[in-house]
Structure formats: structure tokens, C-alpha cells
Design a binder for this molecule. Structure first.
Ligand code: AHR
Length: 339
């Protein structure tokens, strides 16, 4: 048999070593069978990912803070963001997701405007091997293989917290407590769940009565407009406003003042989100309580995407931790609020 020279043997050993190292570095992305081949590997190894983010819109202070948190986190992690604002329209989100699929992004983050009607487009993403991460809002779809995880708040719990505050606040009131409700966007998860949680608690207290309930689409302008209509038909009969977000509560406060009543006193005001605007209203004595809904989960979402693409198993539901704040805490906490 012919002997191999020392030089050739060295080259062969180096080549074998290189092949071994290449095999090791690709095994991370193969660990998760749901993944498409991202080309770049797309793992915690520091590779740059392309992430498509379909956001609901810019309807509230909360949403603005959430968009910024996601944008900053993706940029800080060194990834590329493809951003699309749906302006609260489902058809815009479907178009955006299709465009992300066509651009072969590594992952799609998606905050659904409404809960239903996304099966087809999510199936298209799955068929293309692109993992979808639900942010903030859930979908009402049976096949949960269409998304990797849902990271967001527990909206039912938020509704319960709002109602529990009211139960405590009115425990000595004899007679009916008339509540008007400003609902969020029709068909959206927070509108459905915050209503459900609130009603679940107040049904045990028959004197707490919702006398009017209408959508204010999560915006200040609509919140003001609908509150004006409530005041026109119910006037001094209203004891409490439960708004599914702070922006609508702030719009309603303007309507109440223009009507000649004192918000926070004549009509108790309950909001959700805990945005700065709510703390300002509480510090001025015009709003009574806000239930926190934390929008600053961008870094947590980036971690989940990286972990999934690295082949790690992640939970199907990841909750954001939150609290509740009352009027008497507002002045002290206002300077510390980040959104
Ligand atoms: O989905 C979260 C909700 O959407 C926030 O509470 C509201 O302000 C926003 O528009």
C-alpha cells in the first residue's frame, strides 16, 4: 500500500476537522423540526434574523409604547425588522403577513386586530416553514400548531381586577350603582376578555348594573364621542365609567367635564393600561383607578424567537406580569412611569 506523506496527512486532518465543526454548528437549527432553514442559522449564536412585525395600529398610548418596545428590542439584538401598521384593519394584516412570507423572513410577530379569520394566512406561513409568534392579543383558532407561542397579558384577569376594585369601592352603597362601559375594538381579544372578566365578578353583586355598553374602538376621540351619547341619554344617572383602555377613559373625562360633571367624583372612572395619561388624570383627581397592561415586552419576545429558532422548547402561553394603580399612588409613581 502506498504511504501518505506527512504534508498530505496534515491537510486531510484539517479538512476532517473543518467538516466536523460545520456539522456541529448546523445542528442547533435542526433541533426544531418546525423551523424553516433560515440560511443564517437564526439562533442565539449572534446571527442576524429578519423579523416581520404586523402591528395592530397606533390607536392608543399603549400601542405606541408597545411598537417602540418591539422596534428597540429587535434593533438592539442586531436583527432586521420589517414593520407593518395595520391601521386597525384585518385585511391589512393579512396582506402584511403574505408579504412577509414572500420575503422569506425568519419569523413573524403578529398582534391580531380581531380574534377570528386568520386561519388561511397562518396556514400559509406554516406551509412556508415560517414560525409565527402572537404578541399582545390571541386568536380564536382551534389548530394551535399555526403559531409557536402567545406572549401577552391576561385580559380576563384585568377585567376582574377592575370589577373587584369597584366591588370594594361601593361596598357601603345602598341601592343601584349604574355603570356605563366603553368597550374596545369589536371582536378583539381585549374587548371580549375585559368584558367577560368584569361581568363575571359583578354578576355576584346584583346592585352593580351596566346600563349602557358600546365600543369606543380604543381611541380617545371615539371614547369622548360615545361618552357624550351616554351622558345625553342617561345624564346624572351614571355613577361609574368602566373603559377598556385609558385612552377612551381620557376622552370620556373631557366629555364629562364639558357636560358639567366632575370626573373622578360625580362619576368614578376605571381604565386599563396604566399609561402616563392615566397617571396624570389620577394625579389631578379626575380618574380613580387603572389596571396595568404592560406593553414593554419587546425584549421578552426577541428572547422567545431566538430560543425557538435555536431549537429550545418554549411554552405555548407566556404571560406578562402586571399590577393595578389607584388615585392616591399617582403623584408618587408618575415620574417613574416608562409609558
Ligand atoms: O391589546 C391591548 C390593547 O390594545 C390596549 O389595552 C389598548 O390600549 C390597545 O389599543
Amino acid at each position: 500500500m502506498k504511504k501518505i506523506g506527512k504534508g498530505k496527512a496534515f491537510i486531510l486532518i484539517v479538512m476532517a476537522l473543518m467538516l466536523f465543526l460545520a456539522a456541529c454548528s448546523s445542528s442547533g437549527s435542526e433541533g426544531n423540526t418546525d423551523n424553516k432553514d433560515t440560511g443564517s442559522g437564526g439562533t442565539k449564536s449572534g446571527d442576524k434574523l429578519v423579523i416581520g412585525f404586523s402591528q395592530v395600529g397606533a390607536e392608543s398610548e399603549w400601542r405606541t409604547a408597545n411598537t417602540k418596545s418591539m422596534q428597540d428590542a429587535i434593533k438592539d439584538a442586531g436583527h432586521e425588522l420589517k414593520f407593518s401598521d395595520a391601521q386597525q384593519k384585518q385585511e391589512n394584516q393579512i396582506k402584511a403577513i403574505r408579504s412577509f412570507i414572500a420575503q422569506k423572513v425568519d419569523a413573524i410577530v403578529f398582534s391580531p386586530v380581531v380574534e377570528t379569520g386568520f386561519e388561511t394566512v397562518l396556514q400559509e406561513a406554516k406551509d412556508a416553514g415560517i414560525p409565527v409568534f402572537l404578541a399582545d392579543r390571541a386568536v380564536d383558532i382551534e389548530d394551535d400548531s399555526l403559531w409557536v407561542t402567545f406572549l401577552g397579558s391576561d385580559f380576563v384577569e384585568e377585567g376582574k381586577k377592575a370589577a373587584n376594585w369597584l366591588v370594594e369601592e361601593t361596598k357601603d352603597v345602598k341601592g343601584d350603582v349604574n355603570i356605563v362601559e366603553l368597550q374596545g375594538t369589536v371582536g378583539s381579544a381585549p374587548a371580549i376578555d375585559r368584558k367577560e372578566g368584569f361581568e363575571e365578578v359583578i354578576k355576584e353583586h346584583p346592585n352593580l348594573k351596566i346600563i349602557k355598553s358600546q365600543t369606543g374602538d380604543f381611541t380617545r376621540a371615539k371614547g369622548k364621542e360615545v361618552m357624550e351619547a351616554f351622558l345625553k341619554s342617561e345624564g346624572d344617572n351614571i355613577d361609574v365609567l368602566y373603559a377598556h383602555n385609558d385612552d377612551m377613559a381620557i376622552g370620556a373625562i373631557q366629555a364629562i367635564e364639558e357636560y358639567g360633571l366632575k370626573p373622578g367624583e360625580d362619576i368614578k372612572i376605571i381604565g386599563v393600561d396604566a399609561v402616563k395619561g392615566a397617571f396624570e388624570a389620577m394625579a389631578a383627581g379626575k380618574m380613580n383607578v387603572t389596571v396595568e397592561c404592560n406593553p414593554l415586552f419587546g425584549p421578552q419576545m426577541v428572547d422567545l424567537i431566538e430560543a425557538h429558532l435555536a431549537g429550545e422548547k418554549i411554552e405555548k402561553r407566556v404571560a406578562v406580569e402586571e399590577s393595578m394603580y389607584t388615585m392616591d399612588q399617582a403623584e408618587e409613581l408618575l415620574p417613574t412611569r416608562q409609558y
